[in-house]
Design a binder for this molecule. Structure first.
Ligand SMILES: *[C@@H]1O[C@H](CO)[C@@H](O)[C@H](O)[C@H]1NC(C)=O
Ligand SMILES: *[C@@H]1O[C@H](CO)[C@@H](O)[C@H](O)[C@H]1NC(C)=O
Ligand SMILES: *[C@@H]1O[C@H](CO)[C@@H](O)[C@H](O)[C@H]1NC(C)=O
Ligand SMILES: *[C@@H]1O[C@H](CO)[C@@H](O)[C@H](O)[C@H]1NC(C)=O
Ligand SMILES: *[C@@H]1O[C@H](CO)[C@@H](O)[C@H](O)[C@H]1NC(C)=O
Ligand SMILES: CC(=O)N[C@H]1CO[C@H](CO)[C@@H](O)[C@@H]1O
Length: 343
């Protein structure tokens, strides 16, 4: 490269860096104006979980295929779910293990098959895990991090609701209304959460997310799960893509949403639910102002990550004590925000 072009390239780079300077539109505060606790890599984490698709068919959708190529966006090119069927993956996302609950009760190849956790839940609400089983919520609260979990179609506005489907307190095989299902809202399966009113108070119907967003009071940890149609469980990638474009693409690009945030879009598991298919690679992308993309190579991170990385990344960011749950969070790779690990 000639000197002049190096100079020109540096100018572009500097201009891009100047643009990325943090400016809070509405202040770094959570619900009720509680101040954000500074993190190492980010001050807010947003996590949305979609359902049951292999990595390549998702890439084939024009929106998903292009999204990670934008500035400050990155593809996690070697991200894997933990197991099949769905629920143990969600459990893993907040607790770092499936606690041995994978396909044991599932009907091979059936995406609606039930895992042990639901079967227990159906017969004995809300006892599912021992009271002592910790989750990411214990980590967050120890560090004073505000958190809220939002589910589309959640039967109540706020609190702990133990329905399996809205109005259906037990496990059923048909999911005609394509709405909320408890197995995608893992918080409700842990007595360490459901036995405490203050924790129940952080579980919301998704309407509240849009209120909190509008008020500039998003909590520091956000879990958001769309309903069974929007998350592609009962639909297809085209449907899910249109849902994201209509409901989220503006928010996803908005400054307040990106400022010092680590935003993550992932899937629970791949499309092949058979026991033998444990590669389980899924589409996962991260974005936010701290995700630096100065070259083509910064847009893909080939480091191995799995759902437990969502926990170790939070621990690393806010407490610096990886492995606080004593499960796989001790081992899971911390997601590198600034640059790909593999650069
Ligand atoms: C769907 O919702 C309607 C109205 O709330 C209810 O009557 C019906 O039983 C639901 N069907 C299923 C399969 O949940
Ligand atoms: C995806 O689902 C929509 C209905 O929601 C349907 O119109 C469309 O044909 C489906 N596409 C594919 C490729 O199956
Ligand atoms: C699922 O994975 C298994 C094992 O790799 C394979 O034999 C089977 O054909 C796959 N099924 C589908 C529907 O892709
Ligand atoms: C790690 O996760 C696997 C799968 O969920 C689980 O079987 C195992 O017990 C976990 N290990 C620890 C130390 O929690
Ligand atoms: C996830 O990945 C880590 C390595 O990054 C590994 O130690 C762990 O066993 C994997 N599985 C689970 C369930 O965390
Ligand atoms: C504010 C705070 O506790 N930050 C911690 C984030 O994590 C790093 C380690 O990864 C610690 O050194 C910081 O103290």
């Amino acid at each position: 490269m000639k000197l002049a072009s190096i100079f020109a390239a540096s100018c572009v780079l500097l201009a891009a860096m100047a643009q990325a300077k943090p400016v809070y539109n509405r202040g770094p505060t959570g619900p009720n104006g509680v101040k954000y606790v500074k993190g190492r890599q980010f001050d807010r984490i947003f996590q949305m979980v979609l359902e049951n698709h292999d990595v390549w068919p998702v890439h084939a959708d024009p929106w998903f295929g292009e999204f990670w190529k934008k500035d400050n966006h990155r593809l996690l090119g070697n991200y894997h779910a933990i197991t099949h069927v769905s629920q143990p993956n969600y459990i893993n996302m907040i607790a770092g293990s499936d606690f041995g609950d994978n396909l044991y009760n599932a009907v091979d190849g059936n995406p609606d098959a039930m895992s042990n956790i639901d079967i227990l839940a159906g017969s004995d609400f809300p006892v599912t895990f021992p009271d002592s089983t910790k989750t990411i919520i214990d980590v967050l609260e120890e560090a004073g991090i505000s958190w809220r979990a939002y589910a589309e179609g959640y039967p109540i506005r706020q609190g702990c609701d133990f329905d399996y489907l809205p109005g259906v307190p037990d496990f059923v095989w048909t999911e005609g209304n394509h709405t909320y299902t408890r197995r995608h809202f893992p918080f409700i399966s842990f007595p360490s959460i459901t036995s405490k009113q203050e924790r129940c108070n952080n579980l919301f119907n998704s309407d509240q997310f849009f209120e909190d967003y509008k008020n500039g009071e998003l909590p520091q940890y956000i879990y958001y799960v769309p309903n069974l149609e929007n998350d592609m469980h009962d639909s297809n990638t085209t449907y899910g893509s249109l849902y994201i474009q209509k409901t989220w693409s503006k928010i996803f690009e908005e400054e307040y949403f990106n400022e010092n945030a680590l935003n993550i879009l992932t899937f629970d598991e791949s499309a092949n639910f058979t026991l033998s298919d444990m590669n389980n690679q899924i589409y996962t992308t991260i974005w936010g102002s701290g995700v630096e993309t100065k070259s083509t190579w910064d847009h893909i991170d080939w480091a191995y990550y799995n759902h437990t990385s969502l926990i170790s990344t939070i621990e690393d960011n806010w407490t610096g004590k990886i492995g606080q749950l004593g499960t796989n969070d001790t081992f899971a790779n911390v997601i590198s925000v600034k640059q790909p690990w593999t650069n």
